[in-house]
Design a protein around this ligand. Structure first.
Ligand code: FAD
Ligand code: NAD
Length: 465
């Protein structure tokens, strides 16, 4: 059977956080658009990332608060998480989002959703050729939004065990008796606390000297301490070098990065959370002369153009911050470049959070980054135990750290480690976007009693130079 050949203005490969909204926006503006997705609409965030992880983290918090009930004068007896029911709740929430996305495409002919795995297949004159099964698409421009998958580290024997990853954790319906998590980044930390609160023993192995390696040491230590208090064990400066099945589970050999000393840990399950590998290795990029970096990302300019004119890269594969909100903002950048005045670029303030409890809300530079950059730095720190609302709701753990440029009085960055930190950080985000001095927040009125008062209290401890 001959291949079907269809022509488009723009083809988007990957229906992730940027690709899906971009396809609709470009089509609405009159471009003929195809969106190709190999698995499920919504990508990693909806199907196994943000959505289900935050859903199970919410269940875990209910269990945690039920265990703490007596602190509030309430008697709750026999807190018993039902692990399967917790996963089932998360899966239902995922299904709702997936269904909503699927239905949004059922009546649409432009953008046309094509299900299948896409590869670039060289040029057709000035245009690009893309293959999906037996279909060939010819187009003027291509947007790549193919996301990432778990980066599997070279651990001896790993192929021989049924390890868990960010992609597969929802399918493992048996609560591990002892979960060993390899990787102490965002995924490792969030999932460690989830499984621990479900009742599993949890050990986290991190190759660096601290958890959350991009954060200031005091912030990273506070996260580790909070998780240790709940019984999670950490092995830092350590690497899992070998795994082997034994009668009662899995024997993991852990090598100390500094001393080369070897320890053996028995676990029932292993979760690999050692970073993400871009899905760029089977995209036919070589057929159009597009090279990846060593890490597999695509170098882009601030307008998200790759080195091949007409090819754009958005979301996690373009290097830099890997978040749903940055991927979604990439959609707005490409939209601005293709349909608007081109003013929107990657020159942006990027906040993020680690959804442990307490949460970490972050924006801008860390103190160490700011000092390394030679800025004239002033740092304020405010302990949450001094905030009235925090005491009233029993959430006194944590602190706020604000890094200010003492020449301009503008924020360079902030870390909020507290209850609701992922919400609170946005106050600093707005201040940074407005390029306003911290005194604007200092002089504002905040509602009492709120955690937001702590965000103000932190800057109020700064003194203008
Ligand atoms: C466990 C976990 C928790 C997370 N939690 C958060 C969080 O709380 N907050 C946050 O901001 N971020 C979170 N993230 C990160 C967030 O999920 C990603 O940054 C975001 O989804 C990236 O979107 P994307 O556009 O790069 O691609 P993705 O959402 O990964 O989508 C890429 C899509 O491309 C498809 N695809 C790949 N190759 C092809 C091909 N050749 N042909 C056709 N289709 C293809 C894939 O099937 C996929 O659907 C989390 C990630 C994980 C793994
Ligand atoms: N709340 C959120 O926004 C959220 C949540 C989860 C994931 N994410 C996104 O997904 C990305 C990936 O998360 P992640 O946690 O997998 O990656 P990560 O890069 O954040 O952390 C991986 C950690 O694993 C360690 N490591 C690597 N190889 C190792 C080994 N062999 N043994 C022991 N430790 C090893 C690294 O030193 C690093 O600290 C994040 O960067 C983030 O962008 C975001």
């Amino acid at each position: 059977m001959p291949n079907t050949i269809n022509h488009y203005d723009i083809v988007i490969i990957g229906a992730g956080q940027a690709g899906e909204p971009l396809s609709k926006s470009l089509a609405k503006a009159g471009r003929k658009v195809a969106l190709i997705e190999s698995t499920h609409l919504g990508g990693s965030c909806v199907n196994y990332g943000c959505t289900p992880t935050k859903a199970v983290i919410a269940s875990a918090r209910v269990a945690h608060m039920a265990r703490r009930a007596s602190e509030y004068g309430i008697t709750v007896q026999g807190v018993k998480p039902d692990f399967k029911a917790v996963l089932a709740r998360a899966k239902r929430i995922v299904e709702q989002s997936k269904q909503f996305l699927d239905e949004s495409f059922t009546q649409l002919r432009n953008p046309l959703l094509i299900r299948g795995y896409a590869r670039l297949n060289g040029r057709d004159g000035e245009n690009f050729q893309i293959s999906v099964g037996k279909e060939v698409l010819i187009c003027k421009q291509v947007v790549l939004d193919t996301g990432t998958r778990t980066q599997i580290p070279p651990i001896d024997g790993l192929d021989g065990i049924n390890y868990i990853t960010a992609e597969t954790w929802l399918e493992h319906e048996q609560l591990p008796s002892h979960l060993l998590i390899v990787g102490a980044g965002a995924i490792g930390l969030e999932m460690a606390q989830f499984y621990r609160r479900m009742g599993a023993a949890v050990t986290v192995i991190g190759s660096g000297p601290q958890v959350a390696e991009h954060e200031d040491a005091d912030v990273a230590d506070a996260i580790r301490h909070a998780l240790e208090t709940e019984g999670i064990q950490f092995m830092l400066n350590a690497k899992a070098s070998k795994v082997a099945t034994q009668t009662n589970g899995i024997l993991v050999t852990v090598t100390d990065e500094n001393t080369n000393d070897v320890r053996r840990v028995e676990a029932s399950h292993v979760f690999i959370a050692t970073g993400r590998k871009p899905n760029t290795d089977d995209l036919g990029l070589d057929t159009i002369g597009l090279e990846t970096t060593k890490k597999g990302t695509l170098d882009v300019d601030m307008r998200l153009r790759t080195s091949v004119p007409g090819i754009w890269a958005v979301g996690d594969i373009r290097g830099g911050p890997m978040f749903t909100h940055t991927s979604w903002d990439d959609f707005r950048i490409v939209e601005s470049q293709l349909l608007g005045d081109g003013s929107r670029t990657t020159d942006r303030v990027v906040p993020y959070a680690i959804f442990t409890d307490p949460e970490l809300g972050r924006v801008g530079m860390t103190e160490s980054d700011a000092r390394a950059a030679g800025k004239s730095v002033e740092v304020a720190r405010f302990e949450m135990k001094h905030n009235g609302k925090a005491r009233e709701i029993g959430e006194t753990e944590g602190f706020i750290k604000v890094v200010v440029d003492s020449d301009t009085q503008q924020l360079l960055g902030a870390a909020v480690f507290s209850a609701e930190a992922a919400e609170l950080i946005h106050i600093y985000v707005v201040l940074m976007n407005a390029k306003a001095p911290y005194t604007v927040l200092e002089n504002a009125i905040q509602i009492h009693p709120t955690l937001a008062e702590a965000v103000q209290s932190a800057v109020a401890t700064l003194k203008p130079a």
